[in-house]
Ligand binder design. Structure first.
Ligand code: FAD
Length: 531
């Protein structure tokens, strides 16, 4: 499958030209501005700088400087990345892109780059939205993007313990295809599932679609195999261990700066067969905060819904799950073992008690059937979102998302602060636009709100306008006590917020770990810490 080098998905996938024009008309109607999609960039018309290094002959079979490979590995997939690529701004592509077919070839790339002082950027699916795979590295002699996509196999399965040894470069769909015949699943479904990899999930501590319990990839990692410039680290397979600080935890979230994850033993689950779901409405001026109170009670009830997405009225309208007059809670339960009706019934009782309006008949019990109603509308919009964003970029519409987490006790004030700051910036900078919010994940002690900004901008000024909005949002989040990221990672783009959030002494400890594992500072310079 050939991927689009500048945007999301496979070549030819996504909205047709007619659908793109329809999206543009919808946006134009909503914001009262003229909007027209521009044609996508043509790589043939863009001059890339010459590669500064060539691979040794022994590596030439799996290292490429083809323009498409270099252009496609220049950026990740944040809004800013897609805008720059769409404009054809490709000033610092990787000099070479390596596609190793084995761990030995990964080691050979690290050896070559170590010997020549070349920076290495580990690359899984390239879906980073925080500059984690960007190859513009100031001061680097040359840069190699290390694409692990050919390491895509499930190597071993332990059916009794329900775990598998899996190569790190496998993308979500190919991983599930290999587990399905065994009745098993990793059950980790980030929105970027189609084009993100196991190694990338682990390196960024990604969050899946499931709203409670096993949400972060962290929970599923049983052991890791990591190639560092100083040698190989392989951790012991254990269901749990109290033996000191966890070596796995050092690499989970290390964002490619400490080593290249080549394999992991992952905990699996049986594929769910029992499902029950419903959606609940919350009305009134404070609909979202009323919904949040219901969700808090649910999160603290021990019921652990698999889906618990609270959409504010704006988000519900954008996804087609509501008409903009009320908040919607999309609720779902699932199990491979037992029916979920009793759990759903209790959850709906809790929602009613908290002021939620439960439609009659409330619950739908499904056995693999397609979703309909608000839940189905929400799911379809969720899967289409990255494709639609490419169209919005072509229309010069700012389409930014950011997310955080905050304890329940602080949530109402925090949320008002973030909304006020972000909406204020949108109005000031763009004159029109919207900010919507939903919960992606909830915990007994707090929630992970996710904000989506849509705003018309001036072609050519998109990034300056976007930067002002983003800065206002980041300031509100950090000053309000939230985290710079619940699941999008730090990369290069979130460094200013991360540097304020993490204790300085911890940064020193991380730098010491980096010096031990990557003494020449080859791996992903500028991400998480400065050397
Ligand atoms: C449309 C869209 C939706 C998204 N939705 C979600 C979501 O629901 N949940 C979520 O958590 N995130 C989401 N993201 C962010 C992104 O998909 C995640 O951060 C994901 O985990 C990155 O995986 P990847 O394989 O694409 O990694 P990449 O983007 O290739 O790399 C990410 C980072 O990990 C490092 N890395 C990659 N592979 C390895 C490896 N094998 N060893 C060491 N380091 C490595 C890279 O150097 C980089 O720093 C979304 C992004 C987009 C564009």
């Amino acid at each position: 499958m050939k991927r689009k080098w500048w945007g999301w998905g496979a070549l030819g996938a996504g909205p047709s030209a007619e659908q793109a024009r329809a999206i543009a008309r919808t946006v134009a109607g909503r914001f009262g501005v003229a909007v027209e999609p521009r044609p996508p960039p043509r790589l043939e018309e863009i001059a890339l700088p010459q590669p500064r290094v060539a691979p040794p002959a022994a590596l030439a079979a799996f290292v490429s400087d083809a323009p498409e490979a270099r252009a496609g590995h220049h950026y990740g997939k944040s809004y800013r990345d897609v805008v720059r690529a769409f404009r054809g701004e490709l000033p610092s592509p990787p000099d070479q892109v390596a596609f190793p077919r084995s761990e030995a070839e990964v080691a050979a790339v690290l050896d070559w780059c170590g010997a020549e002082g070349i920076a290495v950027v580990p690359y899984g699916g390239g879906s980073s939205v925080v500059g984690g795979v960007e190859t513009a590295i100031p001061g680097a002699r040359a840069v190699v993007s290390l694409d692990l996509g050919r390491l895509d196999r499930v190597l071993e399965l332990d059916r009794v313990s329900r775990a598998a040894r899996i190569q790190a470069g496998v993308l979500g769909p190919a991983l599930e295809d290999q587990l399905r015949p065994h009745g098993l699943t990793l059950r980790h479904f980030p929105q970027s599932f189609e084009f993100s990899s196991l190694g990338g999930w682990i390196a960024t501590r990604s969050g899946g679609h499931y709203a409670t319990l096993y949400t972060h990839i962290d929970e599923f990692v049983e052991s890791l195999r990591v190639l560092t410039p100083a040698g190989v680290i392989e951790t012991r397979r254990l269901p749990a261990s109290g033996a000191g600080p966890s070596p796995d935890r050092l690499f989970i979230g290390s964002e490619g700066i400490l080593g290249v994850i080549t394999e992991a033993w992952m905990r699996l689950q049986d594929r769910p067969t029992h499902r029950a779901g419903a959606s609940v409405r919350f009305d009134g001026a404070d609909a979202f905060l009323r919904g949040a109170e219901a969700v808090r009670r649910l999160a603290q009830s021990g019921l652990s819904p698999s889906n618990c997405r609270l959409l504010d009225p704006q988000e519900a309208a954008t996804s087609g799950a509501g008409d903009g007059s009320h908040a919607v809670l999309v609720l779902g339960f699932e199990s491979a073992d037992h029916p979920q009706d009793a759990k759903l019934a209790r959850a709906l009782e809790l929602c009613r008690d908290a002021g939620g309006i439960v439609p009659e008949p409330a619950a739908r019990t499904r056995n693999g059937a397609a979703d309909d109603g608000a839940a189905g509308a929400w799911r379809r919009a969720f899967l289409q979102a990255p494709y639609v964003r490419d169209v919005l970029v072509a229309c010069s519409v700012i389409a930014e998302t950011f997310e955080t987490a905050i304890p329940w006790s602080a949530f109402p004030e925090f949320h008002c602060r973030v909304m006020e700051a972000t909406l204020g910036a949108v109005q000031r900078v763009c004159g029109a636009g919207s900010v919507a919010c939903r919960f992606t994940h909830v915990y007994p002690d707090g929630a992970a709100p996710y904000y989506s900004v849509l705003a018309p901008s001036r072609a050519g000024s998109e990034l300056a306008q976007w930067a002002e909005i983003k800065a206002a949002a980041v300031e509100a989040i950090i000053a309000g006590g939230g985290t710079i990221t619940h699941h999008h990672a730090v990369g290069r783009d979130h460094r200013p917020g991360y540097d304020r959030e993490r204790p300085e002494l911890f940064a020193q400890a991380l730098r010491a770990a980096k010096r031990a594992l990557d003494p020449r500072g080859l791996l992903n310079p500028g991400v998480l810490i400065d050397a």
